[in-house]
Write a protein that binds this ligand. Structure first.
Ligand SMILES: Nc1ncnc2c1ncn2[C@@H]1O[C@H](COP(=O)(O)OP(=O)(O)OP(=O)(O)O)[C@@H](O)[C@H]1O
Length: 333
C-alpha cells in the first residue's frame, strides 16, 4: 500500500488582500497571510504599522474596505458571531471589571459565551492554575498588579471554546520579568492545549521563540517566515564602534556613509561583512576605543527591510503615557 500522504496543517486564520483606510491614512494595504493551526505566530511592527487594525478586523469590530478574513474557515464579515466564538481576545485596553473578583470576572465571561455551568467551573480552575492566579481567585481585580491583570485577561480569553487566541501587545508597559512570564504562559498554552496564538508586538527580542514571524510596516507585509529563515534571508552583521574623538567620528561617518545605520551617543553602527572589519581596522583601528560585532539578528532583518531600527521606536508614545508604580515585582498602571 502506498504511504499515506501527510495532510497539510489547516489554516486557523486566513487573510486575503485586506485593506483598510481611516480618512487619508491607509492603515492596511492589501495584507495577505495565513496562520496555521497550533502556531505561535507573531505580528511584528512599529507603532502605527496596522497591527491593532488587523486584530480589530479579525475580531469583527471593524470591517475591512476590501479583502477577506477567515477564522477556522468562517468568513468574519459574513458570520461574525460564529467566527468570534472561536476567538479568545486580549486587547490593549484593559477590559476587566475592577469591582468584581478574579473568579467573578471569569464567571461572567463564561456566562456571556454560554459555557455550561459544570464546564465553566472546571475551565475557570484550570485557567487560574495555568496563569498562577488560583490563590487570588477571591480577590477583587482592583488589587492586582497590571502584570496579574494581563494574566487574568489571558485566562478569561480561554474560558469558552476559543481555539485561537489573539493578543494585542500583551506585554506593553510591563517589566522584563513579567514579560518573560507572559511569553512562558503562551508557549505552555500552545504546547498543552493545542491552541493557535497570534500575538502582536513591537519588542523584537520577544519573537525569537515564535514559530513564524510576520513583519508589518506601513500597512504592508514585508516578510513572513521562521526567525531563522528571516535572518538567513535578510539579516546583516553589524559593528558598533566608538570613535576616540568627534573628528574621528566625522571621518568614519564620511568614509562609510553608505554603511552607517545609526548613532547613539558616541557610538556609530555600521553594516558589516567579512571583508569590512579588516579594512576598517586597518584604516581606523587606532582611532576607536571600542568595537562590537553583532551577528545577524531580527533587529538587522527589520533594519534591512525598512532602513530603520525598530529598537529606536520601542519607547513609543503609548508606553510613555503609562505612569509606572511598583507592586509585587510587577508594574502597575
Ligand atoms: N480610529 C482611527 N482613526 C484614524 N486613524 C487611525 C485610527 N486607528 C488607527 N489609525 C491609524 O492607522 C494606522 C495603523 O494604526 P494601528 O493602531 O492599527 O497600528 P499598530 O501597529 O497597532 O500601532 P500601535 O501599536 O500604536 O497600536 C496608524 O497610522 C494610525 O494612526
Amino acid at each position: 500500500m502506498p504511504d499515506a500522504i501527510p495532510v497539510p496543517p489547516a489554516d486557523a486564520i486566513h487573510l486575503d488582500a485586506i485593506s483598510k483606510r481611516y480618512g487619508r491614512t491607509l492603515a492596511l494595504d492589501g495584507v495577505s497571510f495565513a496562520v496555521r493551526e497550533q502556531e505561535l505566530f507573531a505580528l511584528l511592527g512599529p507603532n502605527g504599522a496596522g497591527k491593532t487594525t488587523l486584530l480589530h478586523i479579525l475580531s469583527s469590530i471593524l470591517r475591512p474596505d476590501s479583502g477577506t478574513a477567515l477564522i477556522d474557515g468562517i468568513d468574519v464579515a459574513k458570520n461574525p458571531r460564529a467566527a468570534r466564538q472561536r476567538l479568545g481576545i486580549v486587547f490593549q485596553e484593559p477590559s476587566l471589571d475592577d469591582r468584581l473578583t478574579v473568579r467573578e470576572n471569569l464567571e461572567l465571561h463564561g456566562l456571556v459565551f454560554g459555557v455550561p455551568r459544570k464546564l465553566r467551573r472546571q475551565r475557570i480552575e484550570e485557567m487560574l492554575a495555568l496563569v498562577e492566579l488560583s490563590d487570588w481567585a477571591a480577590k477583587p481585580v482592583r488589587t492586582l498588579s497590571s502584570g496579574m491583570k494581563r494574566r487574568l485577561e489571558i485566562a478569561r480569553a480561554l474560558i469558552h471554546d476559543s481555539g485561537i487566541l489573539l493578543l494585542d501587545e500583551p506585554t506593553v508597559g510591563l517589566d522584563a520579568q513579567t514579560r518573560d512570564r507572559i511569553w512562558a504562559y503562551l508557549r505552555r498554552l500552545r504546547a498543552e492545549r493545542d491552541i493557535t496564538v497570534l500575538v502582536t508586538t513591537h519588542y523584537i527580542e520577544e519573537v525569537e521563540s515564535c514559530d513564524r514571524v510576520c513583519i508589518i510596516d506601513g500597512g504592508k507585509v514585508l516578510a513572513l517566515d521562521t526567525p531563522e529563515a528571516l535572518k538567513q534571508a535578510h539579516g546583516q552583521a553589524l559593528v558598533r564602534v566608538t570613535p576616540l574623538t568627534e573628528a574621528d567620528s566625522a571621518a568614519i561617518s564620511a568614509q562609510y556613509a553608505d554603511r552607517l545605520t545609526g548613532r547613539q551617543g558616541a557610538e556609530l553602527t555600521l553594516v558589516s561583512d567579512d571583508a569590512f572589519i579588516a579594512a576598517f581596522l586597518a584604516e581606523f583601528g587606532t582611532r576607536i576605543s571600542a568595537l562590537k560585532v553583532e551577528v545577524p539578528s531580527l533587529e538587522t532583518v527589520f533594519l534591512s527591510l525598512t532602513g530603520r531600527e525598530l529598537r529606536d521606536q520601542a519607547a513609543g508614545a503609548r508606553e510613555q503615557t503609562f505612569a509606572f508604580g511598583k507592586r509585587g515585582g510587577e508594574h502597575t498602571r
